[in-house]
Design a protein around this ligand. Structure first.
Ligand SMILES: Cc1cc2nc3c(=O)[nH]c(=O)nc-3n(C[C@H](O)[C@H](O)[C@H](O)COP(=O)(O)OP(=O)(O)OC[C@H]3O[C@@H](n4cnc5c(N)ncnc54)[C@H](O)[C@@H]3O)c2cc1C
Length: 380
């Protein structure tokens, strides 16, 4: 079952109906082509801005939609059902805006958040480095204050849309104190000494560009420091709590698509004189897939409601990311299985969905790291 709109407020229902049409008419048909060509879907990002979907959970005074995070996540799920790589781009954009909205000065919000909310600018998020992935506070990119600006130098890896985005939230070290020595900066596209040095060739999400970024004495105005010096790691982690919910919603959208494909295929494909889904063994697999999707959806929405109510939602965000991405992996593997040989060929979408699910278990903290976050909170 696709996400159930019945209990939603009328305006949210209308919004999701509009997004569902956009997904069915524009995203579903164009995703395979962009993926095959490994092409960033820029025209679709422009349409997203025209539809007013680029700043949904941010205040109206900065051009945002003023909507709840739960509503935003329902939109992300719907988009991911049609085109995961594109939904990832929206999720990362929202992650960058989160930091500016939550920690930036009013000037920075006027300068950057308004552009992100309107979709004039797209944002990216750059924490990972060659030698610091899960252990993110070991990062070594440096930022040195000189007069009214900082000079940033170092290498970043795995930055989604890092070279396409107009503004990248870059975490860099302003002092040697481990996590307390990290600060966050908005670095804009075109800054001298800053840019993509290598685009990764990936298993999936091929149209969502992943970049190695180089900073060589890149000069960033001190006004582009987000929050205060030394707050960067806190900002990075708080952003990730929100971002993990985006990945959870993406996972459920992807899993829903795989289930839809499996239901369709198993009702059309006949063996032994009847549709294969007339077999109880097949129905049981479909039932398990649907149940995992519903459970994951409930989990991420619960975490989002806590966030919207201003409550701590860190454990719930980690649980949602862990459960939903693991569910997406299992559901997409089963969708391939239910397609038999057709699941293994590129004519059908499920092999791509299975490759795409794998990435969701890795990004924004691997699922081992989510277990670590949950386990620590339970035992400390
Ligand atoms: C497609 C893609 C897009 C990405 N986009 C972004 C982005 O936009 N911005 C960004 O900053 N980063 C991004 N990343 C990076 C991503 O967040 C990291 O890959 C991830 O956090 C893991 O870091 P790592 O790859 O260095 O793996 P490592 O940290 O080296 O981990 C390797 C393995 O060891 C395990 N491991 C490590 N430490 C522990 C531990 N203490 N206990 C148990 N197991 C452990 C990990 O779970 C993993 O299985 C992206 C990655 C990919 C693949």
């Amino acid at each position: 079952m696709p996400q159930d709109l019945r209990l939603l407020e009328d305006d949210v229902k209308d919004l999701l109906q509009m997004v569902r049409e956009f997904t069915d008419e524009k995203l579903l048909p164009s995703a395979p082509g962009y993926e095959e060509r490994s092409e960033d879907p820029l025209p679709l990002y422009r349409q997203l801005a025209e539809l007013g979907l680029t700043g949904l959970p941010y205040p109206e005074e900065y051009g945002g939609g003023g909507l709840s995070y739960e509503t935003y996540l329902c939109v992300v799920e719907e988009i991911a059902r049609g085109y995961l790589g594109f939904a990832i781009g929206l999720s990362v954009h929202t992650l960058c805006a989160f930091a500016v909205n939550g920690f930036g000065s009013d000037d920075l919000k006027q300068d950057v958040l308004t552009k992100l909310c309107s979709g004039e600018w797209y944002g990216a998020y750059s924490l990972s480095e060659p030698h610091s992935g899960s252990d993110a506070s070991a990062l070594s990119t440096k930022a040195v204050l000189e007069g009214s600006s900082y000079r940033l130098s170092g290498s970043k890896v795995f930055c989604t849309r890092g070279n396409e985005a107009d503004a990248v939230l870059v975490m860099a070290r302003t002092s040697e104190e481990r996590s307390k020595g990290i600060s966050a900066f908005i670095v804009s596209k075109g800054t001298e000494g800053f840019g993509g040095s290598k685009k990764e060739d990936k298993m999936g999400w091929r149209s969502s560009p992943t970049w190695m970024l180089q900073l060589d004495d890149a000069v960033v105005d001190a006004g582009r420091l987000v929050g205060e010096e030394g707050q960067g790691f806190r900002i990075a982690l708080a952003s990730l709590d929100s971002g993990r919910l985006g990945i959870a919603a993406c996972s459920i959208g992807l899993a829903q698509r795989a289930l839809d494909e499996a239901v369709r295929f198993t009702s059309e494909r006949e063996q032994f004189g009847k549709p294969i889904n007339a077999n109880q063994a097949v129905q049981f697999m479909l039932a398990d897939m649907a149940t995992q999707i519903s459970a994951g959806r409930a989990l991420y929405r619960h975490a989002a409601r806590l966030r919207d109510a201003g409550q701590d939602y860190s454990i719930e965000a980690a649980q949602a990311k862990l459960f939903c991405s693991d569910a997406a992996m299992r559901v997409t593997i089963d969708a391939v299985q239910l397609h038999g040989g057709y699941g293994y060929v590129t004519e059908y979408p499920v092999e791509r969905l299975m490759r795409e699910a794998k990435g969701l278990q890795i990004v924004e903290g691997t699922n081992q790291i989510q277990r670590l976050v949950i386990g620590r909170r339970l035992t400390f």
